[in-house]
Design a protein around this ligand. Sequence first.
Ligand code: PLP
Length: 421
Amino acid sequence: MSDLVRRDRAVTWHPYTQHGLDDAPLAVRSARGATLTLEDGREIVDAISSWWTILHGHARPELIEAMRAQASRLDHVLFAGATHEPAVALAERLVALAPSGLTRVFYSDDGSTAVEVALKIALGAHVRRGEPERRVFVALDGGYHGDTFGAMSVGDPDPFFKDFDRLTFRVERVPCDATKIDAALERLGGAAAGVIVEPMVQGAGGMRFQNPEFLRDVRRVCDERRVPWIADEVMTGFGRTGRLFACRHAGVSPDLMCLAKGLTGGTYPLAVTLATDALFDAFRSHDRARALFHGHSFTANPIGCAVALASLELVEREDVPARLDRAGERIERELRALLPRDAPVADLRRMGGIVAYDLVGSGSGYLAIDPRALRARALELGVLLRPLGNVVYAMPPACIDAEGCSAVARAMTALATSRRD
Ligand code: PLP
């Protein structure tokens, strides 16, 4: 065990980690492109973009320079009663690129807080419009929206949030089916607050794909029932599904949209919740008590905004959605060629740069399989993978090259066959 890992073990508490079981963490010295370099000199392909954040690749010079230049000009300033160029320019850019009708940008820190803000805007708007009884959201089975209490409430409690069941607020959870959403809204009547959906791909729930028709139906149902639709694009945003935003597959606009992770190219914690004018106007008043009482110390941090702007420039200039799509296509093609006919694999699927399959025969769900052996096998082959239960997936950064894609395909093949080796 390296000295760093020994010191780590004495003082840190890692996320989603069972410290009574898990192997020593990877000691990472540096990262460049799609490669992590470990303290012991090993090079590992970051096939999951460091929890779906790294968009272009690690250590992209344009992004580092944007952070450096901004930090030397204005490192931070509060965003209540103050503003600055990077925050305004980024909001302008996001409004221009986002699905139509999303005209206001509220800044926060990460995916969970972006979701909290969306929920509070929806609930607060109902209160301000004289319908305070509208308090129950409709959400999907297998949904994941983050780890803070509001986000946990709308996420599927199984298996992550069961401990907090009695403290989270009431949500109607339904299968991924617009008629079921409609029926839930009907049942709720005047208590319905809105609908929250991860568009096109439910990520942490196991890379479950939807079709665009479903999103069009969600939009229609929300319009008919006159409730807001929250699109959680924290994972899908900025090209992961092969389009800039997943909503674009269906040509629909939500009332609220959450973005984080790839917003800064994965370099810096920053998130946004985009909202319609109608929602913004529900809070605008001469009455101070009607304001949106929400804010974080680092709301609209200038360094984060500057690097997000630089990242967006790269996204457009280099057509990142198309690059991710090509990388995903290559991994899928090689994986299909490598997988033995009788591999215990079902539903090999791809959307944009996301390639996934289900391991069969060991049950499904996050806790069905102990992932340690699978992770270790992938690392032996020089690839960082973190299966979600029995779902093995890759989601690499856009810069991954042919060699990297082949390494990912080989590792995903090895995971499918490792249990009978
Ligand atoms: N929403 C979705 C769809 C996510 O996938 C995640 C994280 O994986 C979150 C929200 C929470 O984001 P964060 O981990 O940045 O709080």
